[in-house]
Design a protein around this ligand. Structure first.
Ligand SMILES: Cc1ncc(COP(=O)(O)OP(=O)(O)O)c(N)n1
Ligand SMILES: Cc1ncsc1CCOP(=O)(O)O
Ligand SMILES: [Mg+2]
Length: 216
């Protein structure tokens, strides 16, 4: 049996008003358990604000060996020294993101509920593909809903990792892990957790340890 371990991929809140306070929260959260990556997803922020946020957060992620992935913008990700970029279907192609960011960067691509889009992303050199939304979410208005079976089929047939996103909480996480997700991308389930972000990271890790892929 292949050893398959699903890990946590944090997505920042869409808006960060107090960068200093968020930096403290993040430091505490990353100290509470294993996190593979943090995506800086500041919708509608200026380039200067994104630069400021990367400069403040990158020492925190580096200290914990957490990859800092910028949403939407390969150019800004390269310019600010992020470890990678996540692009949606309307943002940039994986191939152009790779050209801009170079061979060592991590490139992720939104594939909604489509294995076809995911195969195209894989062929274009993506490091991971993201499927979703799997559950209702108030973080983003979504038009695509995905069935967990897409994770199982991907896991059984492809090498590159798959990320599950959309409405993932402590309650919905087990279904994603059992279906074969390599990473759980979570925003509100972390930052709006009743006991705080650090407790959420700790509890997600407990669920990740206790739950296994059911597809082999
Ligand atoms: C890990 C991950 N998966 C999907 C998305 C969504 O990307 P996109 O469709 O471009 O939408 P926005 O996040 O840009 O609003 C994501 N960001 N991260
Ligand atoms: C960015 C994104 N893409 C699809 S659903 C989603 C929102 C994820 O946030 P949450 O974990 O709060 O549902
Ligand atoms: Mg996008």
């Amino acid at each position: 049996m292949t050893d398959h371990r699903c890990r946590l991929y944090l997505i920042t809140p869409p808006q960060i008003d107090d960068l200093e306070a968020f930096a403290g929260l993040l430091e505490h959260a990353l100290g509470a358990g294993d996190v593979a990556a943090l995506q800086l997803r500041l919708k509608d922020a200026s380039d200067d604000r994104i630069r400021e946020a990367v400069d403040r957060l990158i020492p925190i992620t580096k200290a914990r060996d957490v990859a800092l992935i910028l949403n939407d913008r390969p150019d800004l990700a390269a310019a600010t020294g992020c470890d990678g970029v996540h692009v949606g279907q309307d943002d940039a192609t994986a191939a152009s993101a790779r050209r801009i960011m170079g061979p060592g960067a991590m490139i992720g691509v939104t594939c909604h509920d489509s294995r076809h889009l995911a195969m195209e992303a894989a062929e274009a050199g993506a490091d991971y593909v993201a499927f979703g939304a799997f559950f209702p979410t108030s973080t983003k208005t979504v038009v695509h809903r995905a069935d967990p079976e897409i994770l199982t089929i991907w896991q059984q047939t492809m090498e590159i990792p798959c990320v599950a996103i959309g409405g993932i909480t402590l309650e919905t996480a087990p279904a994603m892990i059992e279906a074969g997700a390599d990473f759980l991308a979570v925003s509100a389930g972390i930052w709006s957790f009743s006991e705080g972000a650090a407790a959420a990271v700790r509890e997600f890790n407990r669920v990740l340890q206790a739950t296994q892929f059911r597809g082999y």
